[in-house]
Structures are given as structure tokens and as C-alpha cells.
Design a protein around this ligand. Structure first.
Ligand code: ADP
Length: 259
């Protein structure tokens, strides 16, 4: 996927608001990219543009050189709860496959496979309110994966979870990368999560969001949450934090001048 010179304006009370400006980067098959930046810098907007939920933007989002994408090419996982409360884990994960005219037997088999992959084997017949928050997000992840999207966009999928659960889910995401070679992009506020999971971290500036820096995370793979304690890990987190702190300070200074 190529994101080429993407810009996005919203209508606002006093004219228009530039949310994204000239964003360009490539996404390589099989990699995990984290997008990080100050609040309100346009991360969700960028994912909505990339996922095809917004179409009045400038620039281009290309997959294999084409602007038009099929639904199969991009999957999305959001922060909010997205499981149907009246469906079991199995029914929730199999649901999008119904729309693809996959025979029932194959739907069930596929759903079971992805439920196992995210570590929810044994919970197929539970309803969402019988699962923990972390398990529900893993069910949502399994549902997005069952669709077998070329690219999976995840907008703060683990934000509501406690730190320990996040680390453990991080391990699951790393296992998925190893096993499926699933291309994934993740919006996160957690520098640890970004470094733990990613091949590259795209740091955005404060609004309007522009690419400030793309940092290669050259930690060896396969990885697990064990690397969180290493010196190399701390250095990478430190480097991203410096960028982010500069942007957050600049954004604060701008808002003080404006008020
Ligand atoms: P982030 O995800 O980085 O916090 P968003 O993409 O949610 O940032 O928002 C970027 C900017 O665009 C913010 O200033 C936000 O208020 C504004 N914005 C987001 N969605 C809309 C919308 N539908 N209409 C008007 N302004 C919006």
C-alpha cells in the first residue's frame, strides 16, 4: 500500500480545519507499522481515509497501484466494543463470512481457526458479557482476521485494557505476524506497544498531522514481551518520546497563543 500526499480538511464552525497535510509513506507486505502522535493530530482520520471510510480527501491511497479497493483488502478493528452481544464468540467471528457466501461448515471451521489463533479456544460458545475486555478485543481481532484482509488497520484496539493484558495481547499480535505474515497498522498511545510490536513507527506532528519521522525498529524477531526490559528497547522508546514531547510542547504552545 502507498499513502501518497494525503490531506484532509473538515468543515468547522469558523471555516475549515486542516487535519492531515501531505502524508506519504509506504506499507510493505507483512510488516507492522504503528502510528503515533499527539492527541488530535489526525491518526483516526488517517486510518479512516486508508480504510475507505472517508472519501473526500486529497492525495491517494493505492493498493497495487489502484485507488479503488475491495472490502477484502482492508480490515479494521476499533477501540470500541464491536461484538454483537446476542451472538457467541463463534457466531461473532463467523458473521462477516456469511456475507461472503461461504458455506456454513467452512465458515465455522474458519472462525474456529482464527479463534484458536488469538488464544480464545474453549470460549467459542460464550457471549461477550461472559468474556473479559481483553478477550472481547481478541474476539474482534479474530473477526477481522477471519475476513483475511490484505491489510489490517487497528485504531487503539487495546486502549481500554490494563497494561498487563496489553502486553499479553501484544504477544498474540506478534505471533500473528510470525504465523500469518499479516500486514498490520496500529494507532497507539503506548510507546512500549509501538516498539514491542512494530517494524516501523510513523511519528506524526501535531495538527495538521504531517509525517515527522519514520523510525525503524530493528529489534530481532521473533519477539515477545520479554524485550521490553532490554537497553535497545529503552533507547528506541526514548527516541520516539523525544519526538513526541517536542510535538506535544509545540501543540501546547500553539493552543496558548490561540487562546
Ligand atoms: P487523533 O486520532 O490523532 O486524536 P482525529 O483524527 O480524531 O485525531 O482528529 C483530528 C482533528 O480533526 C481533530 O482536531 C478533530 O477535532 C478533527 N475532527 C475529527 N473528526 C472530525 C469531524 N468529523 N468533523 C470535524 N472535525 C473533525
Amino acid at each position: 500500500m502507498r499513502v501518497v500526499n494525503v490531506g484532509k480538511r473538515y468543515d468547522a464552525a469558523n471555516g475549515s480545519l486542516l487535519a492531515l497535510d501531505a502524508i506519504s509513506f509506504d506499507v510493505y507486505d507483512g510488516e507492522i507499522i504503528s502510528v503515533i502522535g499527539p492527541s488530535g493530530c489526525g491518526k483516526t482520520t488517517l486510518f479512516n481515509v486508508m480504510g475507505g471510510l472517508v472519501d473526500d480527501y486529497t492525495g491517494e491511497v493505492l493498493i497495487d497501484g489502484r485507488r479503488r479497493h475491495t472490502h477484502r483488502q482492508i480490515g479494521m478493528v476499533f477501540q470500541e466494543e464491536s461484538n454483537f452481544p446476542w451472538r457467541t464468540t463463534l457466531e461473532n467471528v463467523a458473521f462477516p463470512l456469511e456475507a461472503m457466501d461461504i458455506p456454513r461448515k467452512d465458515r465455522i471451521a474458519k472462525a474456529r481457526h482464527f479463534i484458536e489463533l488469538v488464544g480464545l479456544g474453549g470460549f467459542e460458545n460464550q457471549y461477550p458479557d461472559e468474556l473479559s475486555g481483553g478477550m472481547r478485543q481478541r474476539a474482534a481481532l479474530a473477526r477481522a482476521l477471519a475476513f483475511e484482509p490484505r491489510i489490517l488497520l487497528m485504531d487503539e484496539p487495546f486502549a481500554a485494557l490494563d497494561a498487563q493484558t496489553r502486553l499479553l495481547i501484544g504477544d498474540k499480535v506478534l505471533a500473528l505476524r510470525q504465523e500469518l505474515r499479516q500486514t498490520m497498522l496500529l494507532v497507539t498511545h503506548s510507546l512500549n506497544e509501538a516498539v514491542q510490536l512494530s517494524d516501523r513507527v510513523v511519528v506524526l506532528t501535531g495538527r495538521p498531522g504531517r509525517v515527522r519521522r519514520i523510525i525503524e525498529i530493528d529489534l530481532p524477531r521473533p519477539r515477545s514481551s520479554d524485550i521490553v526490559g532490554s537497553a535497545r528497547f529503552a533507547n528506541l522508546v526514548g527516541a520516539i518520546w523525544q519526538d513526541l514531547r517536542d510535538e506535544a510542547n509545540a501543540a501546547m504552545a500553539r493552543s496558548q497563543t490561540a487562546s
